[in-house]
Ligand binder design. Structure first.
Ligand code: ADP
Length: 425
């Protein structure tokens, strides 16, 4: 708007100067003609006539007929303006105390010169009116654009917000497709439809996945448990010791397979629910960890480990109590498993929450710092002396990530130091 106003103002100025220029030149040419045909006396008379007329609707004119030195002979200007008559100079000057004029001066004869000046501030009222119109019109225009822009932006924002909300709470997804009567058929309606469809598909897939994995676990676990029961019955019969020891081994193997199966299902279900805050309820983490520590204190005595814990009071956390307990027990199980008797294990819980389990056992070299969290990875290979399937840390990390936590192996001078804290994995 300001730019448009500047252009308009400049156009008015240049147009009014052009017309003033034309008027000065026509008037001057007329007076030169009069001088040529009627002489100085006639010229003086005509200048007098022109000065006597008060112009209506056009610029007021001023004249000065002067001798060769610039001394006035006739006309309403008291002094010769700063114009060179030799070159018939045309310029904007001020006369009669600050009246801006456009004037041209010329020589009529060796001792006679004439200047014709037209007032050049005629366009000022028009310019003021235009400036006022631009100011008022511009303000209204800018306000209207702001108002409509805001309305449009608000409409757009609330429609996008609906889609965002559906992604935050996927259960509301079907509601984001605009009802038929409010549909505009634009890209946002299309985006809302696609988002609703995609979220619905993800929901169905997740449900199908959960159903089939639960079924799978059940289908495999049940026959294995039946097999275990049969072995128990067989063991009740009198059997040669070589056979019964084989049956006991078989039972241990079955239980190991069942545990492994459950761990794999836990990892899969935790990964599938990563970022889904459903079912995460606040619970007192301090109490839960305290309980676990008390249980492990007894086994520490038996295994000859020194076990200490420092637990900050009333640390609350949004999560599944049992799942978080699994992280802690898996870490403690490992510590008790890999730290030789006489070693020291320390668990700490700080506000945040930050859980650390550190020991002074053999530790884990930095090259394995990430690999130990992979499924089935066991340091020293499959046939290490200790029992385990290489899934404990993978389960712990999957559960941590499902809760928006990270489980990492921290650098430490001696032994291993695991840390669970908030963070994006
Ligand atoms: P598992 O204990 O069944 O082998 P995990 O996933 O729990 O499987 O651990 C992976 C590997 O990390 C283990 O095989 C072990 O070598 C190493 N590890 C885990 N915790 C410790 C620890 N506290 N001290 C030394 N090594 C450890």
């Amino acid at each position: 708007m300001a730019g448009l106003w500047v252009v308009t103002d400049q156009t008015i100025l240049s147009t009014s100067r052009a017309s003033a220029e034309e008027a000065v030149d026509v008037d001057l040419a007329g007076l030169v003609d009069i001088y040529a045909s009627g002489g100085q006396a006639e010229l003086e008379r005509r200048i007098g006539d022109r000065l006597a007329i008060t112009p209506v609707g056009r610029s007021r004119a001023h004249y000065l007929l002067a001798d060769g030195a610039g001394n006035p002979i006739t006309g309403d200007l008291e002094r010769w303006p700063d114009l060179d008559p030799k070159v018939s100079e045309l310029n904007s000057v001020t006369v009669m105390e600050d009246v801006p004029v456009l004037a041209r001066a010329t020589y009529l004869g060796p001792d006679l010169r004439l200047v014709v000046a037209y007032e050049s501030d005629q366009a000022d009222p028009l310019r003021h009116r235009v400036a006022l119109a631009f100011l008022a019109g511009g303000t209204v225009f800018v306000l209207l654009v702001a108002l409509f822009g805001r309305r449009a932006a608000y409409g757009l924002q609330s429609r996008i917000e609906q889609i965002n909300a559906a992604f935050r709470v996927p259960e509301t997804a079907p509601a984001i497709s605009a009802p038929r009567h409010t549909r505009r058929g634009d890209e946002i309606d299309e985006l809302a439809d696609h988002s609703a469809l995609a979220l619905e598909r993800v929901r169905r897939l997740l449900a199908a996945y959960r159903e089939s994995s639960d079924q799978l676990a059940h289908e495999i676990r049940t026959p294995l448990m039946h097999l275990d029961q049969r072995l128990v019955k067989a063991l009740a019969e009198p059997l040669p010791s070589s056979v019964s020891s084989k049956l006991v081994e078989a039972r241990a193997e079955i239980r190991r397979i069942v545990r492994m199966l459950e761990s794999l299902l836990d990892i899969a279900s935790s990964k599938a629910r990563k970022g889904d805050r459903h079912g995460l309820l606040p619970f007192n983490l301090s109490e839960t960890i305290e309980r676990i520590c008390n249980l492990y204190a007894d086994s520490a005595e038996e295994s000859g480990h020194a076990f200490d814990w420092q637990i900050a009071r009333d640390v609350w956390f949004d999560g599944e109590d049992i799942q978080i307990s699994r992280i802690v027990t898996n870490l403690l199980d490992n510590a008790f498993k890999y730290v030789p008797g006489g070693g020291r294990i320390v668990l700490a819980l700080e506000k945040g929450p930050v859980i650390t389990v550190s020991d002074d056992g053999p530790g884990i070299p930095p090259v394995d710092a990430d690999r130990i969290f992979e499924r089935f990875y066991r340091r020293g290979g499959e046939n290490t002396s200790t029992t385990g399937s290489g899934l404990g840390l993978a389960v712990a990390r999957a559960i941590a990530e499902r809760h928006g936590l990270t489980l990492t192996l921290e650098p430490s001078d001696k032994g291993a130091r695991f840390r669970v804290a908030r963070g994006i994995p």
